[in-house]
Design a protein around this ligand. Sequence first.
Ligand code: AMP
Length: 508
Amino acid sequence: MEQDLFATFQTRALAAPDAPFLILPDLSVITYGAALARCGQMAGLFHAAGVHAGDRLAVQVEKSADALLTYLAAQCIGAVYLPLNTAYTPAEVRFFLSDAAPALFIHRPQDEAAMAALCDELGVPARLTLGAAGEGTLVPGLSAHGANPTPHAVGPQDLAAILYTSGTTGRSKGAMLTRANLASNAFTLKDYWRFSADDVLLHALPIFHTHGLFVATNITIAAGSAIILCPKFDVAELIRLMPRASVLMGVPTFYTRLLADPAFTRDLVAHMRLFVSGSAPLSAETHKEFSARTGHAILERYGMTETNMNTSNPYEGPRIPGSVGLPLPGVELRITDPDTGAVLPQGAVGGIEVRGPNVFKGYWQMPEKTAEELRADGFFITGDMGVVDAAGYVSIVGRAKDLIICGGFNVYPAEVEALIDAIPGIAESAVIGVPHPDMGEGVVAVVQARDAALDEAAVLAALQGELARFKQPRRVIFVPELPRNTMGKIQKKALREAHADLFAAKVN
Ligand code: AMP
């Protein structure tokens, strides 16, 4: 029988009720047994509020233990969990609620007025509120419900969650993930990354995104291990709690910020088993600097909302800076011609496609979009461009939509960024294409420097002889900080918009 994450959680809680599941920053512990009991009460409350198997349960709340347990309670009753970025405004939430038509919406107490009006207008039948410290209507409502849940019988192909993509290029799409999608990936990663019940994961990621919600939580459940749940990423907090952890999962910004703190030392992390990075490219420079400082090689992996995780550097064996590693067991990966879909030979740059038990069921109520991105043979067109080396390691060269075509030649941003990042004094770079009267698009490097003395001429000089002329940036723009979303991804669209007139202005 296929494994299911809620069943695994329940089995663990019944077999080892005293084992720690969530450790809070004040070091208080919620055991597996206590978490299951709380989940049982939540399941009763949600059910009483009118949520049945297959119904959507939308959540926009601050990160907390109860917030995380709403995910497990939703799994218990067979509901479809729909977490929303806490940064979304009521105007943005309107779209998700009208698109997904949830049976219940859990939101922050302080959003009461706006969300009550929205739910009335859209006909969302039930609401509960939950604050970071347990304020609101959810927690007081629990006491009327028993702690022993009877999980709703679900099948592996039933939906576990809908996660909306960030929608940077158009309408946000709801990726439908099944119970089997989540469970298969969690058990694969648990084995691949050697998780055991002894592990303690330092968790400072948001819990509305695939990384913090699924990768982190689901592996923990699969292994029966524990999570130290930090409300947000804070360098000093991570350094304080690191001695109690064995694994850290982060986005690249975690690692650059840790490295910027002198208190982040080799001694502090000598006991750590694993550092994982993903959700955005980890620069080879950061990888090397981290190894030099700590003696640990960060393990970089690659995944996305629609697929969970696809590739990972090995646990044993070389973790290659700048590469996202090998396809995970059970995941097939191929490189195709973005125009024709033809499979390309090893070594060629093209679109990355993946197939496996991790790949989602399709986009919620968007059959045409689903058909555009999921091929008939089951491969998903990721929208990322990449290349596979002779040893099978995958490198991402950029999003297809970030590809720059300069005078008819393809420029892959990652190649240029890697060289710029290696220039001493550069913190990070983002290479974009903006309209150019002559070349179609002109290559522009937007850089964040550590060394104030560094200027445009120095960056351009460093690239001479390293890159073909057409790949060399025509302009280098210095910014105090690159724009990022909550997952640390650089917002290239915003950069393209900000610099759209760069070359036009020159010609006029
Ligand atoms: P999301 O669906 O928000 O998780 O974003 C997924 C996208 O993030 C992928 O399609 C990639 O473009 C990017 N991404 C995730 N992990 C990595 C990585 N390790 N290196 C480079 N890009 C990554």
